[in-house]
Design a protein around this ligand. Structure first.
Ligand code: MN
Length: 232
């Protein structure tokens, strides 16, 4: 659990992602989790669990599913700083992970067994989520002999929060902190709107375009027009 790899991959000062405190404080409060929808070279959902002063991280290409019969590939990636849980915005093009990031869900998590290190080593981590979109019992299991041990599966357990119908990534596409679609984040933060919009559900984009609030959105600057009644 260290941030060397995270820091090595990034140029702080170019990207606005956090560097992470030199000595992360140990927390006795509830453990946080965050899922960041990230349209980089490809869309994925970064699933992060606070543990031992960092965010344990997995990249889930298709995002989570509430259907217990669906197993979603989750690639174990480098630990991220705790402060990363607050990051929503744009990573500059050309930088590591360049693209748009949305805080898709967040909340707290509880491991079924407090010996998390043992279960990470074993490749079988069961836990409960209490988020805005995801809740109840889940498991991360490592697959055998594929991608050098970095390949895991994220699976929902059967409980009252499970659902075999619908798709939570389509039905709940907006940020839980700003209520924005990915394209709206890119637009407001100076990112690549054309790239970001490819990761929003077309139905949600259509609905946003029909929303009268979109049409009434205030311009940030006065339009550059020439007034013929200007005194001469
Ligand atoms: Mn990512």
């Amino acid at each position: 659990m260290a941030l060397e790899e995270y820091r090595r991959k990034r140029r702080f000062g170019v990207t606005t992602e956090p560097k992470g405190a030199p000595t992360p404080r140990k927390r006795t409060k509830k453990l946080r989790f965050v899922i960041q929808k990230h349209r980089a070279s490809a869309l994925h959902y970064d699933f992060r669990l606070e543990w031992d002063g960092v965010l344990l991280s997995w990249a889930v290409p298709k995002g989570p599913s509430l259907d217990p019969s669906v197993k979603r590939l989750a690639m174990h990636v480098e630990d991220h700083p705790i402060e990363y849980a607050k990051f929503e915005g744009v990573i500059p093009a050309g930088e590591y992970g360049g693209g748009t990031v949305m805080i898709w869900d967040h909340g707290t998590w509880i491991p079924d067994d407090p010996d998390v290190a043992k279960h990470l080593a074993k490749g079988d981590l069961k836990f409960t989520l209490d988020g805005k979109k995801l809740s109840g019992s889940w498991v991360l299991v490592r697959t055998r002999g594929y991608q050098g041990g970095k390949s895991w599966l994220l699976i929902k357990h059967r409980d009252e929060a499970a659902s075999a119908t619908g798709d939570v990534t389509i039905d709940a596409p907006r940020s839980v902190v700003s209520d924005r679609l990915l394209a709206e984040i890119a637009f407001e933060e100076g990112g690549d709107v054309r790239q970001a919009v490819t990761a929003d559900p077309p139905s949600a984009v259509e609905a946003a375009l029909r929303d009268p609030r979109t049409a009434k959105r205030k311009r940030k600057r006065a339009p550059a027009v020439w007034h013929s009644n200007r005194p001469t």
